[in-house]
Design a binder for this molecule. Structure first.
Ligand code: SAM
Length: 220
């Protein structure tokens, strides 16, 4: 299947909630997912901040791993995902939270989300599965849906780290070029993400290396 056929690729991977959790967080264990969520919340706090008045949008929300922890801290949390199965898992897992909305998207844009309707848009552990053009499309879309002063955060594995390079080499040599899985990890560089945010119109653009990761964020 083509990598850019995100809807079918990711719907197949998320037929059961167990399989979806494995592809999202590498584990079915709720306690382990909750620990990973605390880590993600700390990354958001250290970069774009988390504010009680925020209306937040997560691009590629998976099973609602981050939403579970973030929704109680903000005014509203909306998760969107390309895969209808992921959307259904998130709705089921977060049904006890009153300020949560979950939306299916095309895989290339945020059409169901209105212009200037969000204070914080973030996309974590998703860019490695996208083609570079589609990464940039989401950065542009994030700019559209943010209110002036709104913040955007994205991350990817970082090619310029030892561990990122190891992923690159493992995926280069571990598969015949015609047999690489469609969801295979492709790293970014800090410069790539910085260029997307600059070209999309963000101000105060920052990047940082964080172990295996690169984080990028900016303000509309
Ligand atoms: C590794 S999971 C991460 C989920 C979540 N962000 C988290 O950190 O727990 C990647 C998610 O991105 C979604 N996804 C893949 N391609 C996408 C696309 N083009 N647009 C939106 N979501 C996409 C998948 O369905 C999956 O839920």
């Amino acid at each position: 299947m083509l990598r850019a056929n995100y809807k079918n690729v990711w719907n197949d991977l998320s037929q059961s909630v167990g399989s979806a959790k494995i592809y999202v967080g590498g584990t079915e264990d709720e306690a382990a997912l909750a620990t990973a969520t605390l880590h993600t919340l700390n990354v958001l706090r250290a970069t774009v901040g988390i504010r009680p008045e925020d209306e937040c949008l997560e691009i590629g929300c998976g099973v609602g791993r981050v939403g579970r922890g973030l929704a109680p801290l903000v005014r509203k949390w909306t998760g969107c995902d390309v895969a209808p199965n992921m959307v259904a898992h998130t709705r089921a897992r977060l049904k006890d939270l009153p300020n949560v909305d979950v939306v299916e998207i095309s895989g290339y844009d945020l059409k169901p989300i209105s212009d200037q309707s969000c204070d914080l848009v973030y996309c974590t552990v998703v860019f490695m599965h996208l083609d570079d053009w589609d990464r940039y499309s989401y950065v542009k879309e994030a700019w559209r849906v943010l209110r002036p002063g709104g913040r955007f955060f994205c991350d990817n594995t970082n090619l310029l780290t030892e561990d990122g390079w190891a992923i690159f080499e493992q995926n280069r040599t571990g598969y015949h070029p015609l047999e690489r899985p469609a969801f295979i990890n492709k790293c970014s560089t800090p410069q790539e993400l910085e260029a997307y945010l600059q070209h999309a119109g963000f101000n105060q653009v920052s990047t940082r290396a964080r172990h295996l990761w690169v984080d990028a964020w900016g303000v509309k």
